[in-house]
Design a protein around this ligand. Structure first.
Ligand code: GLY
Ligand code: MN
Ligand code: MN
Length: 440
């Protein structure tokens, strides 16, 4: 298996050539990319958790080092201004020695303001990072110009071999957590206890997670981005939904599984979702319009709803009328990489031209045509959400819903099955299923 170490130089080369093209097209001669700043809470001396600028970690997989900079000029060594403060209150970050560090010319600074001098010497320089008031004195030619960002974002959908390997490893890390979480659920643990098991098995701290864990029992599984973790277990756990991922070198996995306590009618619905989810994963092929993958998932979910006696409508009609959207009210997935909902999901050319979502599908995050190297999520859902069901009662399709069945399923909440899938020139690579298989 190739190591990150061996794949990094070619990755850096690709990043250089994409960046050189973008800079040439936009007329910049240098870039200064800020890692980000530690923000203090209002009227307090405690910081918010640090979240690195994705453009910074695209170059250097440093996710916890505020006020560092990448200084980039085509054909020159890549400079990393590395802030190592004299600070006896906190542990200063150690000078990087990992596989990637040898590819950078590292200059230590002791205070954030020391970055000013080297940056003001850069010719015709664009800043990429959150704008700070003091930067008006630093001589930037532009701050986050959209034309440049579009050109840097667009090719990010096509992963390098290094990035794919990071995402395979992030998938393995996530799957480890998922296996432990399932065991905890089956032993009757609370949401909080399951969360702790995920963290322990995947070896994450809270700040290192790619996104906050969604760990839901019973009716809570119907809340798409459920944000709590109840400390005490319910008297009876019926169902469990976990949406949680791993991170490696700044790259994410984004994985969801749903379980039933016993082999009941809800388990049959989960089995149906796994089956259709795998069929949709197989649609991740070059030349396929992702919006059509989304519509295909809607038809399959409508068919499952009909087969389960929840609706009485033919799938095409259920999709056209919006009935399937009552049960599946989000997009089939998104690009995945340095950001969990990765950039440029609607951008269909390097100049930033946008392709709209299909009408009636406001939450789809990706409308591009798939290419080899794209990594996307495939995450069909089927939920019994009170507010949406309430709105359905006054819709024309209300009588096509079997409300008795809806009441039977409501206590289980909902189902989502989410895998991360790489488009290749042939059969898609399912990073998530491969990771679970490695652990079984
Ligand atoms: N974890 C957020 C999502 O699945 O998009
Ligand atoms: Mn997810
Ligand atoms: Mn997702």
């Amino acid at each position: 298996m190739p190591t990150l170490d061996s794949l990094f130089p070619a990755h850096l080369q690709t990043l250089r050539s994409r960046t050189d093209e973008a800079m040439a097209a936009c007329g910049f001669d240098s870039l200064a990319i800020h890692s980000g700043r530690l923000w203090m809470q209002f009227l307090d001396d405690q910081p918010y958790p640090f979240k690195v600028n994705p453009h910074f970690k695209a170059w250097a997989p440093l996710t916890d080092a505020p006020d560092c900079w990448i200084l980039y000029q085509p054909a020159k060594p890549i400079r990393l201004l590395f802030l190592q403060p004299n600070d006896y209150w906190h542990k200063p970050p150690a000078l990087p020695t990992d596989y990637w560090a040898q590819h950078f010319s590292i200059e230590v600074i002791r205070e954030a303001s020391e970055a000013r001098r080297p940056i003001t010497r850069l010719p015709n320089c664009a800043l990429i990072g959150e704008w700070q008031a003091e930067y008006s004195e630093w001589g930037f030619a532009a701050g986050n110009p959209n034309t440049l960002l579009d050109r840097l974002h667009y090719p990010r959908a096509r992963k390098t071999e290094y990035e794919l390997e990071c995402q395979r490893q992030a998938s393995l890390r996530g799957a480890r957590g998922h296996k432990a979480a399932e065991r905890a659920f089956r032993s009757g643990a609370s949401e909080y206890e399951i969360h702790i098991e995920f963290m322990r098995a995947s070896q994450h701290t809270e700040a290192g997670l790619p996104y906050p864990n969604i760990i839901a029992l019973n009716e809570n599984t119907a809340v798409l981005h459920y944000q709590h973790q109840e400390i005490v277990a319910p008297l009876q756990s019926r169902s469990f939904l976990i949406d949680a991922g791993g991170e490696v070198a700044g790259y994410s996995s984004d994985i969801t599984r749903t379980y039933s306590t016993v082999n009941d009618e809800f388990q049959t619905l989960i089995d149906g979702m796994h089956k259709l989810q795998l069929e949709v994963c197989d649609e991740v092929r070059p030349g396929v319009d992702y919006a059509n993958v989304h519509l295909s998932a809607h038809r399959k979910i409508a068919q499952l709803l009909r087969d389960s006696d929840i609706i009485a409508t033919a799938p095409d009609d259920a999709v056209a009328s919006g009935l399937s959207g009552i049960f599946f009210p989000h997009g089939i997935g998104h690009l995945l990489g340095l950001q969990v909902h990765d950039v440029s999901g609607f951008t269909i050319n390097i100049d930033g031209k946008q392709k709209a979502r299909p009408p009636g599908h406001p939450y789809l995050r990706l409308t591009r045509t798939l290419e080899p190297g794209f990594v996307v999520t495939i995450e069909p859902g089927l939920y019994f959400i009170d507010s949406l069901l309430e709105s359905a009662r006054s819709a024309a399709f209300a009588r096509e819903i079997n409300w008795k069945q809806v009441e039977r399923f409501k206590p289980y909440g909902g189902i989502r099955i989410e895998d991360n899938v790489a488009c290749t020139t042939g059969v898609p690579e399912n990073l998530t299923r491969d990771a679970f298989a490695k652990l079984s």
